[in-house]
Design a protein around this ligand. Structure first.
Ligand code: MLT
Length: 265
């Protein structure tokens, strides 16, 4: 693990392997552990998985969270590791950050993998949901545990919960180690994120959109529609996965990403 100083925070960055750079950006409320299988096995690539500010072993400042800030942090990590441009894979909130990278730092992204994510901004209803989650996270004593209890049923495919209890335990552990300032910061950043739909028609890079076949948070239909708005984008579903294919179906997810990267770069 490397420590990288970015503006106003120090980040924990997990780096494994050799080869061209492949950055994994986790979603909410997770950390690099979401990519534990891809960090361990993904031959031919230098895998870089930061804990975003407010997550995992990174510092959790009291405020200042936004998609732009997260994206600039990823760029600061690339700078620290002397990577000029990388393939970038983001899941859900990680996908929102990839959109921001493409808006702000397009030359640094060679190819994008968008997992279980969406380009649209929050609806009014979703914004009300963020306020509820912020109140839940701030609840003394319950905090991250309450967030875990609320989210886990919709994060994982029923099959994952029934057959692989260790995956649910890993997800719970990740959520529960997230500091409250990080939870609140990410919820505010997601609530305030811009609509990335206008960006989609402008994209001219290789893109793969992945979706868990049983994802109820960002459905496969939404993933397919997203791919349809990006010229040349490919779309694939990960069978037997919910919102977290890299943890729920690691081998298939790794293979889909590896085959895509091999074919386009
Ligand atoms: C995520 O998985 O990153 C979040 O659930 C995304 C969101 O809440 O919009």
């Amino acid at each position: 693990m490397r420590r990288v100083v970015v503006e106003g925070a120090e980040l924990a960055v997990h780096v494994r392997g050799d080869g061209p750079a492949l950055v994994f950006v986790h979603g909410f409320p997770f950390d690099h552990g979401l990519w534990r299988h891809q960090l361990t096995t993904f031959p031919g690539w230098r895998r870089i998985a930061p804990d975003l500010r407010g997550a995992g072993l990174s510092a959790a400042p009291a405020g200042g969270y936004s998609m732009a800030r997260y994206a600039d942090d990823v760029i600061a990590v690339l700078d620290a590791l002397e990577v000029a441009a990388a393939a970038v894979c983001g899941l859900s909130m990680g996908g929102y950050i990839v959109f921001e990278l493409l808006r702000r730092h397009r030359a640094r992204v060679r190819a994008a993998i968008l997992c279980d994510t969406r380009a649209e901004a929050d609806t009014e209803e979703a914004r009300r949901g963020r306020a509820e989650m912020i109140a839940l996270a701030r609840d003394e004593g319950a905090g991250a545990r309450a967030i875990a209890d609320r989210m886990i049923p919709s994060l994982l495919a029923p099959e994952t919960r029934a057959e692989r209890p260790e995956v649910e335990a890993q997800v719970r552990e990740m959520i529960e180690r997230t500091p409250v300032t990080g939870l609140v910061g990410a919820l505010e950043a997601m609530r305030d994120r811009p609509d990335s739909t206008p960006l989609l028609a402008e994209l001219k890079l290789p893109v793969l959109v992945l979706a868990g076949s049983a994802d109820v948070m960002t459905t496969p239909e939404a993933g397919e529609a997203l791919a349809g708005k990006i010229r040349g984008a490919r779309f694939a579903t990960v069978s037997g996965a919910g919102h977290l294919p890299p943890l729920e179906q690691p081998f298939v997810t790794t293979r889909l990403i590896a085959d895509f990267l091999q074919s386009v770069l």
